[in-house]
Design a binder for this molecule. Structure first.
Ligand SMILES: [Fe+2]
Length: 184
């Protein structure tokens, strides 16, 4: 996987979102479209780095991803603990554990816009010895469009959070590197 973008600690200070995933998905079966919701297929890969040099792949790091469906709705459409919902009410949320190379990936569908928000993915990255990173990433091709400035939640995201996505035979593909800050 190409290491296309990096998250420094400064990126963790912004765009904090509440939410909870707690839907374990083995890395080898990392589809989070559990209800087969319609939409454009998406595959997003994550590399988690940390350690004192902030370049060490973090085997066993947990990556949580949640996002809206192709109609702009979340399942459940709620912040907070999803453990109180039935399994069939949960979709487009999941977590995966990084392998020895610090990598994992998810398959899902491209989220829609909702409100004045940019198209976005929510992330929470956790690993022993590091503070958690909770953030959002955006589609780079929305830079220079009205969506760049219209988002009332996160007005000026750092450069590292604009992710380049490309088309791979009908699947939207993106790769993100997260760098966890050292524990204090
Ligand atoms: Fe959102």
């Amino acid at each position: 996987m190409r290491r296309s973008l990096a998250f420094a600690e400064r990126c963790s200070e912004r765009a904090i979102s509440r939410g909870s995933v707690r839907e374990n998905r083995p890395a080898s079966r990392s589809s989070i479209n559990l209800q087969n919701a319609p939409g454009t297929p998406m595959r997003v890969s994550a590399l988690v780095l940390g350690g004192t040099d902030q370049q060490t792949p973090l085997a066993g790091a947990t990556v949580e991803l949640w996002h809206a469906d192709s109609g702009g709705q979340y399942h459940p459409h709620d912040d907070g603990d999803i453990s109180q919902y039935r399994r069939d009410q949960i979709n487009l949320r999941g977590q995966s554990t990084c392998g020895t190379d610090g990598r994992t990936s998810f398959r899902s569908i491209v989220p829609a816009h909702y409100g004045n928000r940019r198209r976005h993915l929510h992330w929470r990255i956790t690993a022993p010895g590091h503070p958690p990173l909770v953030t959002q990433t955006y589609w780079r091709d929305e830079k220079g469009t009205p969506y760049e400035r219209s988002d009332p939640v996160d007005r000026n995201p750092e450069e590292c959070r604009w992710v380049e996505f490309r088309d791979d035979a009908g699947t939207v593909v993106g790769e993100i590197a997260f760098i966890l800050a050292a524990a204090r």
